[in-house]
Design a protein around this ligand. Structure first.
Ligand code: PLP
Ligand code: ZN
Length: 420
């Protein structure tokens, strides 16, 4: 049973069939999935959802596939953690962390978008998956394509972190590092996509891919006890995740799955070294200036963001805001999350935490309120970014005397186990 009624141009509203189309023939606007919400409302209740398996497909009526999911069937269902220690450090009443650093199978929220993109790509008859990626998307495409028996080609900037490059090579030899920025990679891939019959998840099947992001926000609302959060901070690369978080909240309100009187303020987070969307929001412009990225937050380094215009609009209309943070603040944010909450996030997580800190200090997120932070990727993939900021392990021989000497050098932090 399918609830997708087609695709629609986000600019002129013209309708298109649910095929591998992504731009409007008439005005070049991007296409978006459209659903039959009346039919969905008659089947998708809280009780139905709660009876299903704890993964992203428990909301399958709201995802743009026709048959049953065949790729990423275990993806999603990540923890939402209340962290009072981080709340105290940030000076806000309540903090929830949505932890997609432990998403299955490749430890980032990109597994969600790829699960939808490849399920739909298979339905449309594609046998090869491809992408232009800042790192995590490539990992998710390579892994999920392998599991689905599809070929894959992944295109990345050649200077990515070692963990992200190896996280492709373990699945496929078709890893192409481009000397240039993500925006150069993306431009090349748009040419390649027209030439080969491949499903480029974020190009010709982007209308399906992008909808997968909604599942992160559906989960947050269900985990909050069927409530929309009053504030949510979302890291931005292309800006797609942020727009889909907002769409998901609107859908749950329309379907009566959450009370519709919580108005969610949506906040965007970027690195100062690549802040085209945050800059547009802060300077009150309804367009953005493309930039050449220079930041350790490589997963967010998109200088010409495809959904930047829409992300700006969502943020502004929701009463939210956007901020950007320096590389040093990103490292500090990553460490703060680790030390208060026991979560090792990648650089994008540092961006989100440090941006939240700034927004709370500015009073944009009220200190007596509750906020959800979207942690979208895993720190084990971006070790280079923090390696010089965490000190070194102590090396000693297996000798109790050497250990005692070591303890004496450092101030003991804990009470002795046995009272003297
Ligand atoms: C891709 C990515 C994002 C942002 O994605 P967009 O939808 O392009 O804005 C955020 N965090 C991480 C870790 C990512 O890999
Ligand atoms: Zn159009």
């Amino acid at each position: 049973m399918s609830y997708i009624s087609g695709l629609k141009c986000r600019e002129c509203g013209r309708g298109f069939p649910a095929e591998a189309l992504y731009v409007c023939d008439f005005c070049f606007g991007p296409l978006e999935a459209v659903y039959d919400y009346d039919s969905i409302a008659s089947v998708l209740t809280r009780e139905t959802i709660e009876k299903r398996q704890p993964n992203m497909w428990r909301y399958r009526e709201l995802l743009p596939i026709v048959g049953e999911p065949t790729v990423g069937t275990q993806t999603g269902g990540t923890p939402l953690i209340r962290t009072d220690r981080l709340a105290e450090a940030l000076g806000v009443r309540e903090v929830w962390v949505k932890n997609d650093a432990v998403n299955f199978p490749t430890l980032s929220f990109k597994d969600r978008v790829v699960a939808v993109a490849l399920t739909r790509a298979k339905e449309l008859g594609f046998t090869t998956a491809a992408c232009a990626s800042t790192g995590n998307l490539a990992n998710a495409v390579a892994a999920n394509a392998s599991a689905a028996g599809m070929d894959s080609y992944v295109f990345i900037p050649s200077d990515l972190e070692a963990g992200k490059v190896l996280g492709n090579l373990i699945f496929t030899q078709n890893v192409v590092g481009i000397h240039g920025t993500y925006d150069d990679v993306n431009r090349l891939c748009s040419e390649i996509a027209g030439k080969h019959g491949w499903a480029f998840v974020n190009i010709n099947v982007r209308a399906y891919y992008s909808e997968g992001s909604k599942s992160l926000a559906y989960e947050v609302m269900e985990q909050l006890g069927w409530k929309a959060p009053p504030n949510i901070v979302v890291p931005m690369a292309s800006g797609s995740l942020l727009t889909k978080v907002s769409k998901a909240i609107g859908e749950f309100q329309k379907l009566g799955l959450v009370e519709d009187d919580t108005k969610t303020r949506v906040f965007g987070a970027q690195a100062t070294g690549c802040n085209p969307i945050a800059d547009a929001v802060k300077s009150g412009k309804d367009f953005f200036k493309p930039v050449k990225p220079n930041t350790i937050a490589k997963s967010l380094a998109i200088g010409n963001p495809a959904d930047g215009f829409y992300a700006n609009r969502v943020i502004t209309e929701s009463g939210g805001w956007a901020e950007d943070v320096s590389d040093q603040e990103i490292v500090d944010g990553t460490k703060l999350l680790a030390e208060t909450s026991g979560i090792f996030a990648e650089t994008a997580g540092g961006v989100t935490v440090a941006t939240a800190k700034k927004l709370i200090e500015q009073g944009r997120i009220p200190s007596d309120d509750s906020v959800v932070l979207c942690i979208t990727g895993n720190g084990l993939k971006t070790q280079e970014a923090v390696a010089d900021h965490v000190g070194e392990a102590h090396a000693i021989n297996a000798s109790i005397d050497e250990f005692d000497a070591l303890l004496q050098q450092a101030e003991p932090k804990t009470e002795p186990l046995v009272a003297a």
